[in-house]
Design a protein around this ligand. Sequence first.
Ligand SMILES: [Zn+2]
Length: 251
Amino acid sequence: MKANPIVGQGTPLHRWQTSSHLAHVPVIDILDLVPAGSRAVVVAPHPDDEVLGCGGLLQLLAADRPLQLISVTDGSASHPGSRRWPVERLSVVRPQESAEALRRLGLPLHHLKWLRGGFADSQVAARETQLVDFIERHLHPEDVVFTTWRKDGHCDHEAVGRATVAAAQRVGATVHELPVWTWHWATPEDRLVPWQRARKILLSPAQVARKRHAIHAFASQLEGDPQIGLPPVLAPYVIERLLQPFEVVFV
Ligand SMILES: [Zn+2]
């Protein structure tokens, strides 16, 4: 098993802000990426990735395109060994946090269909074949699908990325990948990042503010468990990196 690259505080935001690679990523209009007549489908490993990875993109699409969100797991493995945040509590609370976050994004909820996969958090790779079948059943050929990058550095993000790409290929749908934890472990000039596939979707200050407000709905992720020395998953420096005035998509 390869070492977990999501350790420490990761690459500081100011280093991304001075990245020449990032500065040269071309801007794209999300409505060109998701043409009229297409649905945007987001396949999220955990209840929060849809906001962390594409909370801006969802706001831009909401008025004009039907949206489908597939939450693969319930995120109940975020606080291993915690008595304050046991699995049973997280499995209830985390989907509720996602619902509140989507409301805070201001999405017209009648435009958004939400499906839960019921796969085990942190164990997605063990049932990847079943996940490909599951996603395939819910895709149409004209869909434009967004999921976590296959090399994002978290085992579930990578398994969901692989499974979604495979399912989309079977159906003939278009698929794009989103960096989430990449902002943590990668460096601004990192050759592991597929810069040539990167496109920027620009967000207005109001859209970034709504994304920030939505991220603060993930109360369980903003809190670790000091009793067992568990830091929060969404520490302030993690959140700041995800609130740049754009989102990046690997096309
Ligand atoms: Zn995640």
